[in-house]
Each structure stands twice: as C-alpha cells, then as structure tokens.
Design a protein around this ligand. Structure first.
Ligand SMILES: Cc1cc2nc3c(=O)[nH]c(=O)nc-3n(C[C@H](O)[C@H](O)[C@H](O)COP(=O)(O)OP(=O)(O)OC[C@H]3O[C@@H](n4cnc5c(N)ncnc54)[C@H](O)[C@@H]3O)c2cc1C
Length: 376
C-alpha cells in the first residue's frame, strides 16, 4: 500500500506545522484557554486564509478538492499543538453533513461560509441519558406546516460557545432508540428559542448545554431525508472519529517526545533518570503503542469510503486501539515526569488531559469494542 503523502499534503503539513510552532506555543495556548473567549478567532481567520478550512471539500462545493486524508494530516498537526479551534465540529461534522446530504441551496449557503471562516458550527447530538447511541433521542422535531418545531436538551456540545450555527439531531418519528425516525437539522444559533449554558471542559476547550424550546425552523433546515438520518450520522461521525484519532496521534507523538526529553534532563542520584532501563522500557512501550495507533488511524481513514461494514470495523478498531494507546501514553508520560506531570504550568499535564478526554468522544473503548464484535 502506498503510504506516501502527495506534494500538496506535504505543503499543508509544513504550513500548519509552522503555524502551530510559531503561533501556538504552550504559553499562548494557556493564555487563550484561560481568556473570556477561550479561543483565538484570529487563528481561525488564518486557517481560512491558508485554505485549511476548505481543504476537505470538493472544488464543486467551493473547496480545494481534498478529502479524509487531508483532514487526517491537518488534525495530526492540531493534536501536536493541542489546538482548541473547532475544526472537527465545523469542517468534518457540519461540513460532512452538507457534503453528503446537503441540498444545492444548503451547500451554497453554508460551505462557502465555512471555507471563508465566517461561519463556525457545533454538532449537537449527545443527550444526558443517550450514552453513545445516536438514535437515543428525547429531542423532538414536530412537523409544523412546511417546517418543524424543535424541543429538547443537548449535552456537552463542543465548540458551541463559539458557534454561529448548529447541526442538531432530533426525532421526527418512531420511538426512543428506533433506528428510523431520526433527522438532522441545520440552524443559526441565534434562532429564537435556542439557549445555551457555556463552560470550560477539562481539556481546555469550551462546550455548552444547548436547550431548544419551541424552536421553529423552515423545511430548508432539514439535511437529508426526514426520518432517515441515522446512517448519515454514522457516516459523518465515523469520519469525525478518524480525524479525532489523527489528533490523538499528534498529541501522543509530542507527549512521548517530551517524556524522552525530560528523562534525559532530569537527574536523580547524579544520573539522568532516562539512564535507568526500567524507564527506557516504559518509553519503548509508549512508542510501540503510538506506532500501532498511527497504523490503525491510517487504515480507518483509508476505509472511510468503503462499504458500511468495512468502514465501521476499521473505525471501531482505530477508536479502540487509539483509545488504549492514548490512555497508556498519557498516564506513562505523567508518571515519568513525576510531580511536574500534574502541574498546570507544565505542558505534559495538558496533553494528558486531552488524551484522557479523547476516549469519551464519539464512543469510548468499551463501546467500540462492542460495535466491532457485533460486526465481526
Ligand atoms: C499531588 C502531589 C502531592 C505531593 N505531596 C508531597 C508531600 O506531601 N511531601 C513530599 O515530600 N512530596 C510530595 N510530593 C512529591 C512526590 O513525592 C514526588 O513527586 C515524587 O517523589 C517523584 O519525584 P519527582 O516528581 O521529583 O520525580 P522524578 O524524581 O523526576 O522521577 C520521575 C520518574 O522517574 C522515576 N525514577 C526516579 N528515580 C528513579 C530511579 N532511581 N530508578 C527508577 N526510576 C526512577 C520515577 O519513578 C518517576 O517515574 C507530591 C507530589 C504530587 C504530584
């Protein structure tokens, strides 16, 4: 299999790597996540200017003709710098729904705005009691003339405080947890009846509880066919998982490198702690886990376009393998750093927090192990 990246992908990687290195240093990030806004819109504008936000869209949709491999390259660099700006919710999730099932009018309205950086999206799909089941919905969208009225509560909607728009899943028919009757809507966050309670997540991002109270939307808010949204949601969230795995790989790579470096600097009993074989073995185990995670991520990314079963098997395998690696590498990195590893002033603890939260996004290790077994 050819694992070489194209010249364009190499250029994207180099450009982003420079941006993250020069403008996304640990102290700058720390300041940004502690600020009232919690992110840097100027970085988002720069990403738009560099073409990053338009990379995974086809030229016909107003993008730069890339795809999932481009998203993987981008997210790996973001993972290295613990970038908090909402590329997955906006470009991969909202962009994915529009790309796969948007009408010409929806694409025209929203994809151009995503590419230019003027619209920021959050994907409101999880509910307090829904676990990782996308069909377990209490949020309803009742038919009202040509449009719908939304009611419900979505939990931990990542990036919602920064969003201008939301993509929302809601039940238009059937019973709770039925595979049919699930629909997807796109709407402006300032639509009357939408309220949010915003907060900081443990890994320094921002999220909201989003409430819908008699929110009226027109028929043009529906993405895809009414009641048949579940397969679409699974397609898009599998793409998001592959991108998320790439982000975790970037973060793991840096966490491992920082740990090796620390073990060379930190002296105990007059020698660097890295000279002790027991620590060397642990760092080798971290590296092996990282390499396996990268391979699983590549495979999942390349299988996103396969038939449903093949795609789901590869994506679940990646989410399990990367989840286990993220836990191992995060925990070993903190242990080997000793007391420094748990201080806010030291970067490694921030990598640990991001890698820990990775497991809970779009299904944890247990959930994807079960999905994999069920399909095997
Ligand atoms: C929340 C918290 C509370 C604490 N409270 C106290 C307290 O009340 N009182 C107190 O005295 N201390 C306290 N400590 C400090 C704690 O005792 C030290 O963090 C711990 O001893 C490790 O030392 P270090 O951080 O300097 O790590 P380092 O000495 O830099 O060690 C880093 C890593 O190298 C390993 N290592 C070091 N030397 C060797 C060796 N010779 N062979 C093999 N492996 C080695 C360690 O196991 C570790 O994995 C606290 C730490 C934390 C995080």
């Amino acid at each position: 299999m050819d694992f070489n990246f194209t010249e364009e992908q190499g250029m994207v990687r180099d450009g982003l790597s420079r941006l993250v290195r020069e403008q996304y240093g640990f102290e700058e990030r720390r300041k940004a996540i502690a600020s009232a806004e919690g992110w840097r819109p100027e970085i988002w504008a720069q990403l738009a200017e560099l073409g990053i936000l338009g990379m995974p869209f086809s030229e016909a949709d107003g993008g730069f003709g890339g795809g999932a491999v481009d998203a993987m390259v981008i997210m790996e660099e973001f993972g290295k710098g613990l970038v908090v700006e909402p590329f997955i919710p906006t470009v991969v999730c909202a962009g994915g729904f529009l790309k796969h099932a948007g009408t010409a009018a929806q694409k025209e309205e929203h994809i151009g705005a995503i590419v230019s950086g003027s619209a920021v999206f959050a994907f409101a799909y999880a509910e307090p009691r829904g676990r990782y089941d996308y069909a377990d919905l209490e949020t309803t969208a009742k038919k009202d003339g040509a449009g719908y009225v939304l009611n419900g509560h979505k939990a931990v909607v990542i990036g919602a405080p920064w969003a201008s728009h939301l993509v929302v899943t809601a039940r238009t028919g059937g019973e709770r947890r039925d595979r049919s009757g699930v629909s997807v809507f796109v709407l402006a966050k300032d639509t009357p009846g939408v309220t949010t309670r915003d907060y900081v997540t443990v890994d320094g991002r921002r999220a909201s509880e989003v409430y819908f109270e008699n929110v009226s939307v027109g028929a043009e808010a529906l993405i895809g066919a009414e009641g048949e949204g579940l397969a679409l949601i699974e397609t898009v969230t599998d793409e998001a998982i592959a991108a998320l795995c790439a982000e975790a790989c970037g973060a793991m790579k840096v966490a491992h490198a920082m740990t090796v470096e620390y073990s060379r600097q930190r002296k105990q009993f007059g020698v660097p702690i890295g000279s002790f074989q027991v620590l060397q073995h642990r760092m080798v185990d971290m590296y092996t886990a990282y390499e396996q995670a990268v391979s699983l991520t590549y495979l999942a990314t390349l299988r996103l376009g396969s038939d449903e079963r093949t795609r789901k098997l590869a994506v679940s395998a990646a989410k399990v393998g990367v989840g286990q690696a993220a836990r191992l590498i995060g925990q070993e990195a903190v242990q080997i750093h000793g007391g420094n590893g748990v201080t806010d002033e030291y970067a490694i603890g921030h990598y640990f927090k991001r890698l820990t939260i990775f497991d809970s996004e779009f299904g944890n290790v247990d959930h994807h192990l079960k999905r994999h077994v069920a399909l095997s």
